[in-house]
Design a protein around this ligand. Structure first.
Ligand SMILES: Nc1ncnc2c1ncn2[C@@H]1O[C@H](COP(=O)(O)OP(=O)(O)OP(=O)(O)O)[C@@H](O)[C@H]1O
Ligand SMILES: [Mg+2]
Length: 250
């Protein structure tokens, strides 16, 4: 199986702490990998390395077989065209309405005609269940709606790799379920490779081909949902049983 994303012994020190400390990760083409782990362990930092928004202090990040870490911005931008990223805070351009937010990359990077832009924007908004809110401003939307607009904006150019940072956080169970179904559909129909960071274990079990857990700077487990459910690894068990609120000590 071809790998789409590879982290090789990545070290990243932030505020004198090794947030990533020799992290290794491989994501295979067409698979959905879910990353779990306690708050503040570096899950978002990991995604930022994959799109080249953060640079490793040591180690290497490869995407579609190309090294992205340490590359010139021009090369990074070319690789980024194949990646859709949904930020944890669902960052939108506050000064643009929903339509223009979703259309942005199609217009500015892909230079599509307005007719093509329109077809794609309507397709993406319908896919996240938000047709009809095109003229609203981000400030008029609920947090959950903003999140879904952010997902529409990322999937609109049909990237081969999607990165979702907490896509279902703040959504009601029905909306969360719809996002899970969307991730599954993109995998099954468009063969999209996805990395999903989530705290929602039910969602993880539903959508994941593989689940990895980030703990103290490293990915400490890599298995199918069943492997994770049945693991005897004490750190993972503690996490999935929800006993831990702080650092785990032995
Ligand atoms: N730009 C930055 N500058 C300095 N420290 C940072 C920066 N970004 C993240 N950190 C630190 O790195 C650590 C990991 O942050 P990260 O956002 O990746 O956590 P996370 O696993 O995504 O947590 P959560 O589940 O709460 O979203 C935290 O201690 C955070 O304070
Ligand atoms: Mg995060």
């Amino acid at each position: 199986m071809r790998s789409v994303v590879e982290l090789d012994s990545v070290v990243k020190v932030l505020d004198s702490k090794a947030v990533l400390n020799g992290a290794d990760l491989v994501v295979y083409e067409g698979q959905t990998l879910v990353i779990i782990g306690c708050s503040g362990t570096g899950k978002s930092v990991t995604l930022k390395h994959i799109v080249g928004l953060m640079e490793p202090d040591e180690g290497q990040v490869r995407v579609f077989g190309e090294v992205i870490s340490g590359q010139h911005e021009r090369i990074k931008n070319r690789i980024r065209l194949k990646i859709g990223l949904v930020f944890q805070d669902g960052a939108l351009f506050d000064f643009m309405n929903v339509y223009d937010n979703v259309a942005f990359v199609l217009r500015e990077i892909y230079s599509l005609s307005e007719k093509e832009v329109n077809q794609k924007v309507e397709w993406a908004l319908a896919l996240v269940g938000l047709a009809g809110i095109e003229t609203k401003m981000p400030s008029e939307l609920s947090g959950g709606m903003r999140k879904r607009v952010a997902i529409a904006r990322a999937i609109v150019y049909k990237p081969r790799l999607m990165l979702y940072d907490e896509p279902t956080a703040g959504l009601d169970p029905i909306r969360a379920d719809a996002i899970d179904s969307l991730i599954l559909r993109l995998r099954n129909e468009a063969k999209t490779t996805s990395i999903v960071v989530t705290h929602d274990l039910n969602s993880a079990y539903k959508i994941a081909d593989r689940i990895c857990m980030l703990h103290e700077g490293k990915f400490i487990i890599d298995g199918t949902p069943d492997d994770i459910r049945n693991t005897e690894n004490p750190i993972v068990r503690q996490f999935i049983e929800g006993k831990s609120n702080g650092p785990i000590r032995f």
